[in-house]
Design a binder for this molecule. Sequence first.
Ligand code: NAP
Length: 200
Amino acid sequence: MRVVVIGTGTLGSALAEALYEAEHEVVRVSRSGDEKADVTDRASLDDLFTRIGTFDAVACAAGDVFPGPLVDSTDDQWRDSLRSKGMGQIDAVRSALPYIADGGSFTLVSGILGDEVTRAMTIGATVNGLVESFVRAAATELPRGLRINCVSPTVLVESPQYYPYFPGFVPVPARDVALAYLRLMSNPYNGEIVRLHRVG
Ligand SMILES: NC(=O)c1ccc[n+]([C@@H]2O[C@H](COP(=O)([O-])OP(=O)(O)OC[C@H]3O[C@@H](n4cnc5c(N)ncnc54)[C@H](OP(=O)(O)O)[C@@H]3O)[C@@H](O)[C@H]2O)c1
């Protein structure tokens, strides 16, 4: 497969590595990546998918959400989070749709927030819910044998900066999440949310 991976950070890098190991071709995308695009800018997504040639899968591992207490949250934090991890991923699918190969797949990322309760993560939980609802609904509508799924990781082992927001949660290695992406894009799953949650 030729796979477009949006996000070149912790998760995107682990996914690229897993894809290379499985002998797939990877197009690495971020605002500063080999191929540049900003998921908050629809025109830049359209430009990306028109210039990179044919591809079989799109995997999103990008998008920011603001952590913090609901009572202190600002309009900018809500708008930017919805626009980045929320609409950014949805727009990546919408922009790629005319160009992705028949039978291709999309894999988006949500997260444990929304399924499990933490303090001060209401924005993240809301955005994850948006992404997962989009995936479930879009799966019923995609044409040409296209599929769409979602990975929902808990906090990553490689992201200790987020541990204070997840007291008592068992982190998951980024590689396990990468393999979940690979499983979803390589097999006939559609409309699935794969939860990589380690809770007792
Ligand atoms: N890390 C965790 O513990 C964890 C747990 C659950 C879910 N997640 C989710 O997994 C995703 C990736 O997390 P991560 O830890 O890998 O993040 P990360 O290490 O901070 O990397 C984020 C990547 O996304 C790119 N990016 C950010 N904004 C972008 C934009 N507007 N357009 C295009 N690319 C953009 C960044 O590159 P540029 O700055 O060059 O654009 C970077 O390559 C996020 O959606 C996060 O919510 C993470």
